[in-house]
Design a protein around this ligand. Structure first.
Ligand SMILES: O=C(O)CCC(=O)C(=O)O
Ligand SMILES: [Fe+2]
Length: 219
């Protein structure tokens, strides 16, 4: 493809105040390690599943949560069937902390304790939404592996424009904190069969989103 023959250098870009796209942040070895880990996170019990929305609609991505289970619109230590959520892996905490220190130059306000692992097949997408069920202001750290996608980063006020669309490649990092912590964002489309099988992911796109719950009273 043309962009492989004449690669356009991809720069670190601030999509909105406090929201950054960092291309090629993960090494191939790190991507491989995460794909292998995701395989075990995806396995039952408490494995990957389609989330059912309160409307009865089913999300097109398949997801598995780590540390705390997200079900629209709250977190719990258990899945709806009563299965305990898998533990939060130290690997994800270390990656998220490293991302925040590198991008913002300061340590995150709270320890990371939630991993949300999404798998998109060729036709999957995620509508514009906010990650708003955490109590911590710590930035959301989001990693992409496999097929490329269009990532849409909007504003904190509305689900509509202004927004910025960026192409995310395997290994890219997105972080959004500060004034953009509660901005709308989503994935309108996947670019099927653009991933490198060397990551260990045969098809689709893997997204790993790392968040901090922060202190809650009564926990
Ligand atoms: O797949 C992505 O890049 C975004 C995922 C996301 O926004 C979420 O899981 O809340
Ligand atoms: Fe999100």
């Amino acid at each position: 493809m043309t962009d492989e023959l004449f690669p356009v250098p991809r720069e670190r870009v601030e999509l909105a105040p406090g929201a950054w796209h960092v291309p090629d942040w993960l090494s191939l070895d790190e991507q491989r390690e995460l794909v292998a880990a995701a395989r075990s996170w995806a396995a039952p019990p408490a494995g990957m599943r389609h989330t059912v929305m309160p409307s009865g609609g089913v999300m097109s991505v398949r997801s598995v949560c780590l540390g705390l289970h997200w079900e629209p619109y709250h977190y719990s230590e258990f899945l709806p069937d009563g299965t305990p959520v898998k533990p939060f892996p130290a690997l994800l905490g270390a990656l998220a902390r490293r991302a925040v220190v590198e991008v913002y130059g300061s340590v995150p306000s709270d320890p990371y304790d939630i991993g949300l692992v999404n798998h998109y097949d060729a036709g999957a997408s995620m509508g514009l939404h906010r990650d708003a069920d955490e109590e911590s202001p710590a930035p959301v750290v989001s990693l992409s592996i496999g097929d490329r996608c269009v990532f849409r980063f909007g504003n904190t006020e509305t689900r509509t424009r202004p927004w910025t669309d960026v192409e995310l490649y395997s290994g890219d990092l997105i972080v959004f904190g500060g004034p953009s912590r509660l901005a709308y964002h989503g994935v309108p489309r996947i670019r099927p069969s653009t991933g490198d099988p060397a990551t260990g992911l045969a098809s689709g796109r893997l997204n790993i989103t790392i968040r901090a719950m922060g202190r809650r009273t009564g926990r």
